[in-house]
Write a new protein. Structure first.
Ligand code: ATP
Ligand code: MG
Length: 137
């Protein structure tokens, strides 16, 4: 069993496709171990994406992530990290395989519908950023 952090980003929340995206996780065999809707503060968004601090797109990324509410979830299952990345598709929706979340719900590399942890180690850090262990089931 493995856990990963999913964020449904402001573009997808605004499109009202939260249920459809969570449904894809469940259909693929992942369990929603925790979930909540919240709006990130600028400080939170900068901290969450601090590995990208030096990248040219950092400011736009932070501004986008605070532009509206997001839905953060802990997904649990076998190979949860890799499976979630597969369901998400490529970072750039134009390169994402048909049937992936980003191909179906995202418009651009900036507004790309979802985030998913990229390793089991990062997943632990990202999950702890949003959830106390007592709130994960
Ligand atoms: P995420 O971390 O959101 O799950 P990812 O792991 O597929 O996405 P990263 O390389 O970690 O992609 O980039 C983090 C986010 O920064 C991307 O989801 C995207 O929104 C944004 N981003 C990445 N590369 C670019 C780029 N070249 N131009 C604009 N935005 C970008
Ligand atoms: Mg990433």
């Amino acid at each position: 069993m493995e856990r990963t952090l999913s964020i449904i980003k402001p573009d997808a929340v605004a499109k009202n496709v939260v249920g459809q995206i969570l449904g894809r996780f469940e259909k693929a065999g992942l369990t929603i171990a925790a979930t909540k809707k919240l709006r990130l503060s600028k400080l939170d968004a900068k901290k969450f994406y601090e590995v990208h601090e030096e990248r040219p797109f950092f400011k736009d990324l932070v501004d986008f992530m605070v532009s509206g509410p997001v839905v953060v979830s802990v997904l649990e299952g076998e190979n949860a990290v890799a499976l979630n990345r597969e369901l998400m598709g490529e970072t750039n929706p134009k390169e994402a395989k048909p049937g992936t979340i980003r191909a179906d719900f995202a418009e651009s590399i900036d507004a790309n519908a979802v985030h998913g942890s990229d390793s089991a180690d990062n997943a632990k850090v990202e999950i702890a950023f949003f959830f106390a262990s007592k709130d994960i089931f």
